[in-house]
Every structure is written in C-alpha cells, then in structure tokens.
Design a protein around this ligand. Structure first.
Ligand SMILES: *Cc1c(COP(=O)(O)O)cnc(C)c1O
Length: 382
C-alpha cells in the first residue's frame, strides 16, 4: 500500500472521491451567473432522471449536510394537522423522530431497536388502525447497521392504505434501484457525498410536484422552506442564499462519472462486488456480520467486534489507519461492533487492501481470529 497517499475512507460519506471530482473544484463560479445556473439545472435534471421521476417530481437542492435536507423536506411536506408514522431501526430513523419533535408535528413510531427491519405487515396494521396518520417516514438503507429495509413493500402498504411516503434514501440513492414510477413517494432525500460520490456541502429532495404545490406556508423556517427554495429556483434559476458553488461543480463532475459507470446499475455492481470481497474475506478471518445475508447492503457492513480480550477498537482502528484505511466505529447499543463501507472510489484492490490491514492489525494485537463473543451471536432470528 502506498503510505504517502491520503488514507482511503471506508466510511459512508464523506468518502473517497475521484481526482476528477476534486479537480472540478479548482474554478470559482459566480452564484448569479448563467453558467452556474446551468450547472444547477443540469444537476437537478440528472437526479430526476436517475430516479425516473422527470414526469412527476421536482428536485430541490439545499445547502448543508443531508440532515438539513431531511429536516427541510419534512418541514415543507408535512401539513400542521398531519401525523407521521416514523419507522425506526437505527440512528437515522430516530433522527427523523427528533426532527418531528423539534418541528412540533404529531408522530408515532414503530421502533424495531438497533437493526431489525420494520415488518410491512405491522406497518399496514398500524395504518389501518389509525386514520389520522397521513404520512409514513422510512429509511431505505439504515446506515447505522447497514440494513437494507424492505422499502418496496413498505411503499406498497402505505399506498394501499392511502397515505403518503417520505424516504430517507441518503445512503442508497445513486446505487440501489429507485424508480418513482413504481415507488410512490411524495418526498425522497439524499445528499452529494454518498453514492453519487461528490464532496459534502448540500443535500437535495425529490418532491412530488402535485404535493409540493400544496405546501406553501407549511415550513416553520425560512432557510429550510423547500417550497420557497423551489419557487425561487423556478423563477430565477438561482438558489436562494449563497450556494456551495465548488461543491455543486464537483457534483456535476461526479454525476458525469456516475453516468459513465453505467448509472445506478453500474455503480451498484461495483459496490456489490466490494461487499462480496469484503464479507468473504472477513468471514475467512472468523468475523461475523451483524446481519443475516438477506439484510446486508452493498453500502456498509457491520461486523461484530472480536471477542478476544486483547481487542480494543481504538488500537485496531489506528493499526488499520497505518495501513492506509479509515474504518468506522459501530453504532449499536447492545453489542460491540465496527463498520466497513463499500461506497466511494473503492475497487477490489482497496477491499483486498483493507482485508490485509485487518489481518495485520489482528496479528499485531496477538488476536488469532475475528470470532465474536458467543453471547453476542445470541440474538433474534429474522
Ligand atoms: C448520511 C446519512 C444522513 C445524513 O447525515 P448528515 O451527516 O447530515 O449528512 C441521513 N440519513 C442516512 C440514512 C444517512 O446515511
């Protein structure tokens, strides 16, 4: 491994970006200039295309990290007399519930704990029992465990019960298939620095035009009002308030590279290969994934920490970093774990590299293999 290189980020964003994406930031743009307006329009057009949503939805970008876009989209879409069912199985579902608390909007939760998937049948039962629920908020890939939630089935029961769907697709859109013609959502949010492999600085919402047209005056906040952002963009071609110009330029380049790789399908194929190499290599060293195969995502994989008494995450992390790779701590409340991401400018070579670094770190710590404590494996089957 080339130690003079900056480390590879095996994290779910910010992530390792290409030289072309970074180089696109070397030019300054006037935020009122028509060149920059065209850049914005092109980015929004392309994002709608990737989701096959050109006919039904609009794309509204927003300055800030992904959470700003989630909060803005919820604040804009949800009527004050609405009620939202939030499906939670990790930090990002919990965050949506916290946002609704701040926003003072009525909500109910289906909390599945750290990583169990929300069962669509249960969602349907809850909806059928409570006609006041107007919206369902779901996380597609819950990045805290890496679980790929059953979004299509959740969308179907939500639609069947006549409610509106909101999706945090932050860590999935751009790689996992999302087709607005088949997945009936009113709002879907993602950001620049996940599967599209841009640099951090803005998020965006794909909003159903017919729904958004009804949303004037919903938002509690000027800077988070996506209705206002949208109508201003439509009128002027410009963002309200200073846009992250260099980030948008980098993102436009990242989108060209995304298309050249074969769009979402091409990107997914690379990520799946990364995941396959990673999981097989880790299992060969005795590590266990938190999730059963059917729930694993090609975005990020959670592994149980080794049960050996010599294991200490901080030391393990530092040793792996010395080999040129940054991994991610776990986010579970019950068991010790860590995560390794598959997204970003990573290929088989880097996945083999991180496996070699993990092996070297175990050797250094005098830990024979990655086997977890037996009691950590004692968890509900699903
Ligand atoms: C990354 C991510 C977010 C947004 O996080 P920020 O730190 O605000 O960019 C939201 N939801 C999911 C599922 C994510 O992976």
């Amino acid at each position: 491994m080339n130690r003079s290189r900056e480390p590879y980020l095996l994290t779910p964003g910010p992530l390792t970006t290409s030289l072309a994406t970074k180089s696109a930031m070397l030019r300054d743009w006037g935020s009122w200039d028509s060149d920059f307006n065209e850049l914005t329009a092109g980015v929004c057009r392309r994002l709608l295309e990737v989701a096959r949503a050109e006919e039904t939805h609009v794309c509204v970008p927003l300055q800030g990290s992904g959470t700003y876009a989630v909060e803005a989209a919820l604040a804009t879409l949800l009527p004050w007399d609405g009620k939202t069912l939030v499906l939670m199985n990790g930090a990002y579902g919990q965050r949506m519930a916290r946002i609704l608390q701040y926003l003072g909007r009525d909500f109910e939760t289906l909390d599945m704990g750290d990583y169990l998937p929300p069962p669509p049948e249960r969602v349907e039962v809850i909806l059928a029992a409570d006609p006041e629920i107007s919206h369902v908020a779901a996380v597609h890939c819950e990045t805290s465990s890496g679980i790929l939630n059953p979004l299509e089935a959740i969308a179907e029961v939500t639609w069947r019960q006549g409610r509106r769907l909101f999706v945090d697709a932050m860590s999935s859109f751009g790689a996992l298939p999302i087709d607005a013609r088949e997945l009936p959502f009113d709002g879907l949010v993602s950001s620049a620095n996940k599967c599209f492999e841009g640099v951090p600085g803005f998020g965006f919402a794909l909003l159903r035009r017919k729904a958004l047209e009804q949303c004037v005056g919903n938002a509690h906040s000027l800077s988070l009002d996506l209705y206002d952002q949208w109508t201003y963009l439509e009128r002027s071609g410009q963002w309200r308030f200073t846009p992250p110009t260099h980030v948008v330029a980098a993102f436009a380049s990242a989108l060209e590279q995304h298309a050249a790789e074969g769009g979402a399908a091409g990107r997914l194929a690379r990520y799946v290969h990364n995941e396959t190499v990673l999981v097989a290599g880790m299992r060969a060293m005795g590590f266990h994934t938190l999730l059963a195969d059917r729930w694993l995502s090609p975005i990020i994989v959670t592994f149980h920490a080794p049960g050996h008494p010599n294991f200490e995450f901080g030391r393990f992390y530092d040793l792996i970093k010395q080999h040129g790779f940054i991994i991610y701590p776990g986010k579970l409340t019950q068991v010790d774990s860590f995560r390794i991401g598959c997204i970003g400018q990573l290929f088989e070579e880097q996945m083999r590299g991180v496996l070699a670094a993990v092996r070297a770190a175990l050797d250094e710590l005098d830990i024979p293999d990655g086997a977890p404590r037996p009691e950590d494996l004692d968890k509900p089957e699903f």
